[in-house]
Design a protein around this ligand. Structure first.
Ligand code: ADP
Length: 169
């Protein structure tokens, strides 16, 4: 899977991608008893990235957020513009089981599952985050995660370059 990763960057309207992702995960979140929050995104916001790869990364993060958040919680996907860095930052925040501090870097390693037993019961290969981080890096961004601790939710965020006419060719 990792060996075949190819990035074909183009101008990508972020609001459109998020709307697609929203409609793809709505039913899944509903069935899990979770509130799904997608605050409005500036229609003029355009990333320089590979649209299919961006969707793949977002689906992986939202999938995890849904998997690791108990019923009654919420998952929020938001975007902010970081003008100084010429980048935008996308965040997937959940109110779920959280991630212990000492595990926060390990989860981006291939095949890491924080809690083998409970995680495997939830399904998953352990490859998702390693691939997602690598894809984001190949698109010129970076990915990291934050958590206030176990039981207190997690936030995964990543950056992407903002498209500026004439700058990328
Ligand atoms: P998989 O989901 O296939 O196990 P990932 O690479 O996507 O693999 O995730 C690795 C591990 O990181 C998961 O098994 C889980 O322990 C932890 N993790 C990922 N996302 C979250 C999240 N939103 N909340 C809590 N733990 C998470």
């Amino acid at each position: 899977e990792v060996g075949k990763m190819i990035i074909e960057p183009a101008p990508v309207p972020v609001a459109t991608v998020l709307a697609d992702v929203h409609s793809l995960v709505r039913v899944q979140a509903d069935q899990a008893g979770l509130e799904l929050v997608f605050p409005p995104v500036d229609e003029g916001l355009v990333a320089w990235c590979d649209e299919a790869r961006l969707k793949q990364v977002l689906l992986n993060l939202v999938d995890n957020a849904v998997k690791f958040t108990p019923r009654g919680g919420s998952v929020t996907v938001s975007v902010e513009r970081r003008e100084q860095e010429g980048a935008l930052r996308i965040a997937v925040r959940d109110t779920g089981i959280g991630i212990a501090l000492e595990k926060r870097d390990l989860i981006f390693d291939k095949f890491t599952q924080v809690d083998g037993s409970s995680t495997r019961a939830r399904g998953g290969s352990g490859l998702g985050l390693a691939v997602s981080r690598r894809l984001v890096e190949m698109m010129g961004g970076a990915m990291s995660c934050e958590s206030d601790g176990e039981g207190r939710g997690s936030t995964f965020h990543f950056t992407l370059p903002v498209y500026r006419e004439g700058e990328h060719i």
